[in-house]
Design a binder for this molecule. Structure first.
Ligand SMILES: C[S@@+](CC[C@H](N)C(=O)[O-])C[C@H]1O[C@@H](n2cnc3c(N)ncnc32)[C@H](O)[C@@H]1O
Length: 219
């Protein structure tokens, strides 16, 4: 749906079934990537952030976070983190010649394990602001796993002046959302859509940058 070359037959065929049932999905996932690119550009070009920690980074696609960031400043350091070993293997293959970017295995449900990870500690300067990206990943954290406590633990560990970006699927009472949930639960087993207020709670008391927490165009 996004283009790129790191995808498998089983994913393509499942994708076709999803699109047949919920035709808006390709526009939605492209909007998700567009907002991730926009957030990355904002962090590097406007906020002056030079280190990014992308949790739930996903398989490489077109215009990945490090490419967007390093077009602005090639020295921007990026850590991709994912709990899917396949994602980390693909990222390694792509990043072989990019010393400013690394990919590590880790789990959002273990924030202390992320912030204490030797490679994460070594690659990022924990005395300088960090841009924490959580795009399309918090929906895989169930309410009983304490998503707000997990984000709070990460936010507490961030150096002063850091930023947090969250993209989340919205819980809207309509048939397309219900069909999407159905497919995602079947594909991933664990999916939790949230209301705008529930997503806002994941930021803790952080001050929001304009335009704040808003629905994405195209989704
Ligand atoms: C929908 S993809 C999002 C990819 C990318 N961030 C984007 O927005 O296009 C979600 C990613 O989160 C990862 N993920 C799911 N649960 C996770 C967890 N508990 N810790 C770390 N990564 C997780 C999945 O393996 C997958 O690669």
């Amino acid at each position: 749906m996004l283009g790129g070359r790191d995808n498998f037959a089983v994913e393509r065929s499942y994708g076709e079934r999803i699109v047949a049932s919920v035709p808006a999905v390709p526009a939605g996932v492209r909007a998700q990537r567009a907002v991730l690119r926009r957030a990355t550009r904002y962090l590097v070009a406007d906020a002056g952030i030079r280190q990014l920690l992308d949790i739930g980074a996903g398989l490489p696609t077109k215009d990945n976070v490090h490419e967007v960031a390093q077009r602005i400043d090639p020295a921007t350091r990026v850590v991709y983190l994912d709990n899917d070993p396949t994602v980390v293997v693909h990222a390694h293959a792509r990043l072989a010649e990019n010393p400013a970017t690394i990919a590590v295995h880790g789990d959002l449900r273990d924030p202390a394990g992320i912030t204490a990870h030797p490679l994460v500690r070594a690659h990022l300067d924990w005395n300088q602001p960090i841009g924490l990206l959580m795009c399309g990943v918090l929906l895989h954290i169930m309410d009983d796993e304490g998503p707000a406590e997990l984000t709070a633990a990460l936010i507490d560990a961030l150096p002063s002046g850091s930023y947090v970006f969250i993209q989340h699927l919205l819980d809207i009472d309509d048939p397309a959302t219900a069909r999407m949930k159905h497919f995602m639960v079947r594909a991933f087993g664990r999916v939790q859509f949230r209301t705008l207020d529930q997503v806002r709670a994941l930021f803790g008391g952080l001050e929001l940058v304009e335009p704040g927490l808003v629905p994405m165009p195209g989704s």
